[in-house]
Ligand binder design. Sequence first.
Ligand code: AMP
Ligand code: GLY
Length: 424
Amino acid sequence: MKILVVGSGGREHALCWKLRQSPQLRQLWCAPGNGGTAAIAENVPIKASDIPALARFAETNGTDLTIVGPEAPLCDGIVDAFRARGLRIFGPDRNAARLEGSKVFAKEVMDRLGVPTARSGTFADPAAARDFGHRLGFPHVVKADGLAAGKGAIIAPDAAAADAAIRQIMEEKAFGAAGERVVVEEFLDGEEASLQLLVCGREWVVLPTSQDHKRVGDGDTGPNTGGMGAYSPAPILEGAALAEAENRIVGPLLEGFPSLGIDYRGLLYVGLMIGRGGPKVLEFNCRFGDPETQVLMPRIEGDLATLLLGCSEGHLERSSFALSPKSALCVVAAAPGYPGDYPTGQPISGLDQAAAPDVAIFHAGTRKDGDRIITAGGRVLAVAATGKDLRTARDRAYASISKIHFPGVHYRTDIGARAGINNL
Ligand code: AMP
Ligand code: GLY
């Protein structure tokens, strides 16, 4: 099989790493890729946003399957464009990707299908949004409708903050056209966890549960980031909670999609808040999570290439999927200043020393510079480890990451703490 992976982050490196284990794989490209994918795939200098160039590449090179990492090309219709040319591609089409691309649409779908989520209203008029929020009480959450690079959800503790959020999104257009409408919703208490599903029309496979760490600092302090680490399984979403999420959320959603004209084929990421009232949906993503994929891939046994190819063709190859009983945990090493401004181009050392059994080093913001690997982004790499339990995986990941250096490297020291392993 000849496969093209689209994207350049840790998620895409983890996908390439798993695809490399497939006996079916003959050729692997990553566009544009990073310093890590360069070692296991052929990097192709085409941006993830350049859909026509990607389609031309896939056609010219006879790819059997393209796998899309980031949400932007999916929301922009990369799947529709590829299918129109008869090219196989894994991911939802533009219509189905609206589950991530439009929070208004996601809320409508959940309301129509009776899926538990925060009570909300949708507004194109700032004054009406403000009134509704005041009636909801505080704190509440104001969300830009469209894609906003993960920054479009603002928790407003009081009226002044809510007014500022609405002004910023709707009037100052901080996220451009994404802010033409907002969702204002009640604040949900609880703990967050992620459920990733491989969906093929009315069929689905539940992938390992996981939890990420969004804040930059230990103890969940400091600003939000793209994710500073993750672990799988997420104990909060195992057992009865998972069964409840499947019965009350996954089932109604996937059985109801066809009635709403949604033909979902791809990865569906359901962000959940697990609180006293049971699991409720915070958000959908129409693609693999990052950094959740870095702990998901080491826990999937079987042939990912065959599984994703089948899904793109409309059938789930369940026999190609098995779940490893191992636990996995990853820690992200970030550049100094991240999630604010940060330098790039700094040499990374210790990668060879950090290599160990049961450890995978997934690059994110790195680039190959001759024989060196240098930094090229805010989240530089993630060290993912597996073990018989989360604690073993955690110890392996930290032993390994401590050997990796670049100027100002920082990472959280408490990944997994919420799973209750820190004081063992
Ligand atoms: P979203 O963009 O909808 O995923 O929201 C981003 C983050 O904001 C989530 O991961 C939560 O941490 C937080 N969040 C979003 N909606 C709510 C809510 N209704 N209640 C509490 N926290 C929320
Ligand atoms: N880790 C959250 C996301 O991928 O959006």
